[in-house]
Design a protein. Sequence first.
Length: 404
Amino acid sequence: MGSDPVESLESRTLKSFQSAGRGFWAHVPDSDWNSWQWQMKNRVTTLATLQKLMPTLSPEEHAGVQLANTKLAMAITPYFFSLIDPANEQCPIRLQMIPRVEETVTAPWELSDPCGEDDHSPVPGLVHRYPDRVLFLVTDRCAAYCRYCTRSRLVSNATGYDFHPEFDRQIDYIAKNPAIRDVLLSGGDPLLFSDEKLEYLLTRLRAIPHIEFLRIGTRIPIFLPQRITPELCAMLRQFHPLYISIHSNHPRELTTEVRDALGRLADAGIPLGNQSVLLRGVNDDAAVMKAQVQKLLMCRVRPYYIYQCDLISGSAHLRASVKKGLEIMDSLRGHTTGYAVPQYVIDAPGGGGKVPVNPEYVLSRNSDRVLFRNFEGRLFEYPESKDGTPLLASVGPYVARDLD
């Protein structure tokens, strides 16, 4: 694949940083708009409110919103809602946020717990799938609800899962298992906690001698950048090494407000990574994904994962194909800096863990060579015996060469 000769206007627009604006909330005072508590109190959560803000709902959206609370509640912060194009039913932000009636259709292979988390929970709210790390679920609440949420069975409690983490039992389990060196706080979203409550949890975890580092998984910087206050960042920097994984799917989500919020976290010394989910109509496009990963680097965030959308019940209308994911990875490797190339993974259905999925670069291994291709599709050889042992000098001179 060749590189783009001239970057298109559309691509340059995707890479540009713009303010989210205020849209329907233009009259709101700065003191309110910049308050994360105000944003949470004024989320769009009902059909009546949605119709006032966006009267051109499609029949599929109208029916989906009416049924949303039987699967996953609808909630959108005013800030994030202002990114939606009300005139475009295929707006990538709209597709992620507005319920559709398709969510009620469940294929035989779809699951309420596609990653098998409940089967790997030794105590409520703790998932111990990998030997040296655990997933610490702290809440079932998010600032906004993604329609493809892997944990829609418990997030927002629309399905009656009745999630109640037990912090003492969760922390006790971690303390009694010295093989655990890495704790990921997730949920729901941990950054919805007050600074004091989050500091309490991090302090208890940091006091466990065998815990080497802590992680927080959050979409708050994207949904609610107002939450990333200097006070929060000052508190978090006490707990290094501390990593934060954010979740952004489309370059439109990376506004000036988000860039500044992420900058505050980076200035606090917190390494930042991003996890995207491959979604049909949102980011299953090479140009969109390239703009996304390059823009993330400008926000001081390392693209970390692209997830194949999990087989969550009712998500078929948003799932892009693995074939498309491989094509996108092929369009990134060699065509942008390696720092911008994430790992494409499938979280194996039923609890098998993350499995890397890559385009085929190694084409064959013979008795004395490995045949492989580069990002341009050109073929090369590398001298190596089939069992990996060094080749004998008697084989004669052998130089890696371009077979084209």
